[in-house]
Design a protein around this ligand. Sequence first.
Ligand code: DAH
Length: 340
Amino acid sequence: MMEEQISKIAKQAKEEIINSKDANSLNEVRIKYLGKKGEITSILRGMGSLTPEQRPVIGEMINKVRDEIETAIKNAEKEIKNRELINNLSKEKIDVTMPAKKQELGSIHPITKVIDEVKEIFIGLGYRIAEGPEVEFAEYNFDKLNTPKGHPARDIQDTMYITDDILLRSQTSTMQARVMENQKPPIKIICPGTVYRADSVDATHSPIFHQIEGLVVDKKITMADLKGTLEAFTKTYLGEDTKIRFRPHHFPFTEPSAEVDVSCFVCKGKGCNVCKGEGWIEILGCGMVHPNVFKFCKINPKEYTGFAFGFGVERIAMAKYGINDMRLLYENDIRFLKQF
Ligand code: DAH
């Protein structure tokens, strides 16, 4: 009787183990037969009511069946794991013929590139880099640069004011006054930075653009030093065969003042669309520091002289890379930017 019941349980358990499709149902089978209230366990518990003759026989049988069930469960477990692994592997298959996701690499913006290259050249000539505020007192943007109230450059048509006395600097020349106030000559600096003007956007204008200012102050600095410096810079930056020419001009903070043209480095002076047929490209304003500027900054103009120059970074970038519309520099179109 008992033997029959045990073999029935064994048979049934083995069948259920084979039919278990996953770890959960297998665990249910384990609980059903081997758990605390399981069928095998309850038979073992009931051994006490057996006769002394029956006890060892049934005992041996039930232990054997329990071992068999345990082994069967272990095997089934292995099989289920294997099946899951194979299943997962086939799901995770990689199609190596699929096109890869492209990693877009950024590049240095042409404005930054020009600033870095110009800095490098002037650092090589012994200059230091000076940086200053973009939100500036009108005093530094104008008064200390010999541009008193009433001068047309101070008009709200040209300059972006925040209050009557505070503005967005319209030129990096502000740094002339800031450096000279804080430092005794000899002074040799360049100042790259962002400047602001009340211009509307078109192919050659932007209300926000960049300039690089240069200032040298020492004893016996002459116009020859200015010319030599600009020649050294333009030859290094634009090519050994670049020529420069000075045209008289007016700036309030330099006297004499000049505008400087370089021979077109695209057509070498023959005339092309970069230089608009002129053979020359205007690149900067410059001059000898006005004695009034020295006075405003408490430097004695009888003891010291100096030169200053300033140019637009966009203008140089456009000429150097043949860019015909300034707006391209600000649109951040990656197809444009990655060409530099
Ligand atoms: N700041 C002038 C401008 O924005 C450019 C300039 C002219 C700078 C003459 C100078 C200079 O240092 O000497 O138009």
